[in-house]
Design a protein around this ligand. Structure first.
Ligand code: CP
Length: 348
């Protein structure tokens, strides 16, 4: 195995983030390397639609049964989840197993990271054991970029800090494509709640803009990042204004683990002013749908009546997550094989 050459860990907002201003999409060469999926920023419409088409094909295969498939047979996938997760971790694990990969999972608790080993050394050691693809969730924005830049391994971002959650963005678009009969142009999504801490919001904004849909964001001033309109979305003053005539609404989880104290007066106040209620859902277009990336604080971001209503596509998002992650893993593995990495082993 080629020895990794460590480029300096950049400094900035987090230990792995880019120094200085965020780079423009055209300055992100790792985005062009299909061995990795690091973010949706910079992906063009064709790339996104190709992934959604592949995910739809996997969904049909998964619904028909007959797993495991052979797409990743002979490859090893490491799930490095250094921050808690249910949906993303389980769906990546199911996707990799459905495709015939060998899968191993590493979390902070129970690994040498809890003894002080760095993320880089940990993943480099795992790489030496023959891992082909690393799926990483990390509290630090930029951690997946750091691994992709420094290790000879395909890297998929499963959520990094406040930065991006590209597979969530893609599964949200897959769900919206179903609801919107395949047409993104002229459609509008309202994103409501804790935008400041949300990597889901950033991926949704980048992806939907590339596909020709528009995004309106709204939330408490304390939970709106200053630069949010620079991402190309519109800011609304009230949840009613954001939802009026929208084709979908996505409530974002209040990320209390990332918040400083004092950003919110109370959960009751948040729910009263910003919660997705049946009355507010009536402001949406007639065939509009309600999304939530999970985990959901029932009765805070969305009332139970809405979460369990016919408008809710929250569990469709979860189902789509498995198929979408099959498509992403298969794309990264194929690109890695094309670059001379280990291809899937042909079975007799
Ligand atoms: N949507 C999402 O990322 O959920 P998990 O944190 O459970 O993976």
């Amino acid at each position: 195995m080629e020895h990794a050459r460590v480029s300096p860990a950049p400094t900035g907002a987090g230990p792995f983030s880019y120094p200085g201003a965020a780079p423009e999409a055209h300055d992100l060469p790792l985005h062009r390397d299909h061995r990795h999926l690091l973010g949706l920023e910079g992906l063009d419409r064709e790339e996104i639609l190709a992934l959604l088409d592949a995910a739809e094909a996997y969904r049909a295969r998964l619904r028909a049964g007959g797993m495991p498939f052979e797409d990743l047979r002979g490859l090893t996938v490491l799930l490095g989840f250094f921050e808690d997760s249910t949906r993303t971790r389980v769906s990546f694990e199911l996707a990799a197993r459905h495709l015939g990969a060998t899968v191993t999972t590493l979390t902070t608790a129970g690994s040498a990271i809890s003894k002080g080993e760095s993320l880089f050394d940990t993943v480099q050691n795992i790489r030496a054991m023959g891992v082909d693809l690393v799926v990483v969730r990390h509290v630090a924005s930029g951690a997946p970029y750091f691994l992709a830049a420094n290790l000879d391994v395909g890297v998929v971002n499963a959520g990094d800090g406040r930065h991006e959650h590209p597979t969530q963005g893609l599964l949200d678009m897959m769900t919206l494509r179903d609801a919107w009969q395949g047409r993104f142009e002229g459609r509008r999504l309202a994103l409501v709640g804790d935008i400041a801490h949300s990597r889901v919001a950033r991926s949704a904004i980048h992806g939907l803009r590339a596909l020709g849909a528009s995004v309106t964001v709204v939330g408490p001033h304390t939970l709106l990042p200053a630069e949010i309109e620079r991402l190309g979305c519109t800011l609304a003053a009230t949840v009613e204004e954001a939802m009026d005539g929208a084709d979908a609404v996505m409530a974002l989880r209040l990320q209390r683990e990332r918040m400083d104290a004092g950003l919110l007066p109370s959960l009751g106040e948040f729910s009263r002013v910003w919660g997705i209620t049946p009355e507010r859902v009536r402001l949406l277009n007639r065939d509009a749908v309600v999304l939530h990336p999970g985990p959901m604080n029932r009765g805070v971001e969305v009332t139970p009546e809405v979460a369990d209503s016919e408008r809710s596509v929250i569990l469709q998002q979860v189902e789509n997550g498995v198929a979408l992650r099959c498509a992403v893993l298969a794309r990264c593995a194929a690109a890695r094989a094309a670059r001379g990495g280990r291809a899937r082993r042909e079975v007799a």
